[in-house]
Design a protein around this ligand. Structure first.
Ligand SMILES: Cc1cc2nc3c(=O)[nH]c(=O)nc-3n(C[C@H](O)[C@H](O)[C@H](O)COP(=O)(O)O)c2cc1C
Length: 357
């Protein structure tokens, strides 16, 4: 049994939140049994919203919530890490237990409610970043008692602009009451209009990085259309599709399946990939999409790309496959693209979107 397999077995027996803390600490202190570093593969390289990505495999928000371990994570070979979600002020989050591992479903349910050290602390850690050793996105949320969500997002974007390669405006976590209502057309119009104003006015000479919007997989066709129209109108650089789901597929086995919160992992793959393909087709490929939900290996990663994703993100898959997942996808994706005769990953984006739609 490899050290990683043994480690994963131990992690699986621990309380999920304690296991997560341990993983972050092992990474911080360079003790995580990592796989060998990846070499480059030009077939996986692409320029997306003005940024060169060495590979399309990213770590989704919520793992390095407080920006403590993004450098060792980047060293595992992923193309980018999204830190956060950060709220303007520190927040404890919901009472514990608030994380559940659904072992036989290869899934998780979480209702942390944006527990984090606050944006100021996060930016302090990001400021120590060794110059551009990899790509880091900053995911922004709002405090649960926010009186002015739109103003809070705008203010956080201004504060975070100098520290991230991109910024994600997260309006889709299911555990902050009312947050997902920002996805409704009228609210979204107000939010994106304000973001657009910030983007188009020079900020103390510093440029605002690309801005992405993270949406839920639990949305109607009409909402998909509205989000596309508004994202195009206000020149949003990309959409992350999507966050965890509040739905519960009937296939779930584990006794924790009805815990409140967002479901992630394998059972989210189909739903999130369908919505992704819908965004791709209805936007006619005019918006960069980041596929998140149930990626746990080469097959699911490649399927996301072919359904319309330019980049992909993983989280729950790491709980079940360990840090080697990055290397496995990196190797396998390059090989699959070559076998199918693609010269670059860009050529494979969306080729199967019609199958999912
Ligand atoms: C424990 C946990 C915490 C998460 N926290 C956040 C968060 O703070 N912000 C966010 O945008 N997404 C968060 N997510 C959602 C993930 O970023 C990802 O979009 C989702 O889990 C689907 O991907 P997966 O199936 O690969 O896990 C969290 C997910 C999990 C499992």
């Amino acid at each position: 049994m490899s050290l990683t397999t043994l480690g994963m077995k131990i992690f699986a027996k621990m309380d999920p939140e304690a296991a997560h803390r341990l993983a972050i600490n092992l990474l911080r202190f360079g003790l995580f049994p990592s796989s060998k570093l990846l070499s480059k593969d030009p077939i996986l390289e692409q320029n997306v919203f003005g940024i060169n990505f060495s590979n399309p495999i990213g770590l989704a928000a919520g793992f390095d919530k407080n920006a403590e371990a993004f450098e060792p994570i980047l060293a595992l070979g992923c193309g980018f890490v999204e830190v956060g979600s950060f709220t303007p002020r520190p927040q404890f989050g919901n009472p514990k237990p608030r994380a559940f591992r659904l072992l036989e479903d290869e899934a998780a349910i979480s209702r942390h409610g944006f527990n984090n050290d606050g944006l100021a602390k996060g930016l302090e850690r990001l400021a120590l970043r060794k110059k551009r050793s990899g790509l880091v996105g900053i995911n922004l949320g709002i405090n649960k008692d926010s009186k002015a969500p739109i103003a809070d997002y705008v203010d956080s974007i201004i504060r975070a602009s100098a520290y991230g390669d991109y910024i994600t405006v997260n309006i889709s976590s299911p555990n902050t009451e009312g947050l997902r209502e920002l996805q409704n057309a009228d609210n979204l119009d107000c939010l994106l209009k304000e973001i657009y104003k910030v983007k188009s006015s020079p900020l103390n000479d510093k440029k605002v990085p690309p801005i992405l919007l993270k949406v839920a997989p639990d949305i109607t066709n009409k909402m998909v259309e509205d989000i596309i129209n508004l994202a195009l109108k206000y020149k949003i650089d990309g959409l992350i599709v999507g966050n965890t789901t509040i739905s519960r597929p009937s296939s779930l086995q584990h006794h924790s399946k009805n815990e409140a919160g967002g479901l992630s992992g394998k059972p989210l793959f189909e739903l999130s990939t369908k919505i992704l393909a819908q965004f791709y087709i209805l936007s006619e490929g005019r918006i960069n999409l980041i596929g998140s939900g149930g990626v746990d290996g080469v097959e699911t990663a490649y399927a996301k790309i072919k359904a319309g994703a330019t980049l992909i993100q993983v989280y729950t898959g790491l709980m079940y496959r360990g840090p080697e997942l990055f290397r496995i996808i990196f190797d396998g994706l390059g090989n699959s693209l070559r076998e199918d005769g693609f010269a670059n990953i860009k050529d494979a984006i969306g080729v199967d979107a019609h199958i999912w739609h």
